[in-house]
Design a protein around this ligand. Structure first.
Ligand code: AVJ
Length: 320
């Protein structure tokens, strides 16, 4: 790792970020990957989003998991291992771990190795009978399950409608990939946000307190911090709208004027009103997600929703 003057740290992650940012901002139309939202400032802002009255997904999914924990646990074979793709702080998992008492192992998979070890320690204290076997990996890439898990029935867990960040063809590829990792006979529990009233959707991504706007604009702040660029955040505006034809919320950052910003030595020109597309959050119907899963080799087994039909938790199975 090299430290240059003006505190720009050059490591592999930063180099990859720089490459992606330059590629995205020189593309037409301009785009940035939503995976870069989550530096420490962005993660804190996302936490705040999940607590907003208008942002229904997190609380609704937790409601379904709490309300249906017994039914969901019943779909988990005794002695199984629960494998979570992108475990974070395992908040949504705890209800499952407490209810599915016959689980033998929990495999949290997360990219942040240090955070993962910390979380594993805490989980072992809370669930002394459970084998907690963390895997530090990018869950979108192939990884090996820990040895003891290979002989156990396997249940995947992918909550949060994170699958909505993928293009539908990528979501299908991810489901196939998860199937290869989990193996034949596996079950997969997936949280999926549902198509609904436009106003409800748009308010969730354009909240009255402007937290989502800050979250979106933090991407430019991060480029300034990590790559030494000089975006003026006052010259960009948060846009979020539901594209019903494509069944997705789109988030953009719109340039409020014609301007030029230097990023990693490249001059990036913006027309007034030109946008950077920063996120898609796909919404499904129960049927469209079922069809997507079938197309990826899974068989829909059960699905639970909340009384408003805002969110869904699907269980899929991979036939022997
Ligand atoms: C973490 C991808 C599920 O799409 O609702 C929240 C991210 N973006 N507000 C979502 C997000 C703006 C969130 N996911």
């Amino acid at each position: 790792m090299t430290v240059l003057a003006r505190k720009i740290v050059v490591d592999t992650a930063t180099t990859e970020f720089a490459t992606d940012v330059v590629a995205g901002l020189t593309a037409t139309p301009k785009k940035l990957s939503p995976k870069y939202f989550y530096d420490s400032a962005g993660s804190a802002l996302f936490e705040q989003i999940t607590e907003l009255a208008e942002y229904y997904p997190t609380r609704t999914e937790i409601g379904i998991l709490n309300e249906r924990a017994g039914d969901i646990a019943a779909s988990i074979p005794p002695g199984a291992a629960l494998i979570e793709f992108g475990s974070g702080s395992s908040t949504k998992t705890r209800k499952l771990l407490s209810t599915a008492t016959s689980l033998a192992a929990y495999v949290p998979v997360d990219i942040s190795a240090q955070f993962l070890q910390q979380q594993a320690k805490e989980l072992r204290r809370e669930y002394p009978k459970l084998a907690v076997l963390p895997v530090a990996a990018d869950f979108t890439k192939p990884f090996e399950l820990p040895d003891p898990v290979r002989i156990m029935p396997r249940v995947g867990f992918f909550p949060g409608s994170t699958i909505g960040n993928f293009e539908p063809h990528e979501a299908a590829a991810f489901l196939r990939h998860a199937g290869r990792i989990l193996g034949r006979g596996a079950t997969f529990i997936v949280g999926v946000d549902l198509i609904k009233d436009t106003q409800v959707l748009q308010k969730a991504y354009c909240d009255s307190q402007g937290v989502t706007a800050k979250f979106n604009l933090n991407l430019l702040a991060r480029i300034n911090r990590d790559l030494g660029a000089k975006f003026n955040l006052d010259c960009f505006e948060h846009h979020a709208f539901f594209n019903r034809e494509r069944s997705r919320i789109e988030m953009h950052l719109a340039s409020l004027k014609r301007q030029r910003v230097k990023v990693c030595g490249e001059c990036i020109d913006f027309r007034a009103g030109e946008t950077i597309h920063t996120e898609n959050s796909y919404k499904y119907s129960l049927e469209s997600f079922g069809a997507l899963a079938r197309g990826a080799g899974w068989t829909p087994a059960a699905v639970w929703t909340d009384p408003n039909n805002y969110f869904s938790v699907h269980t899929l199975s991979l036939r022997d």
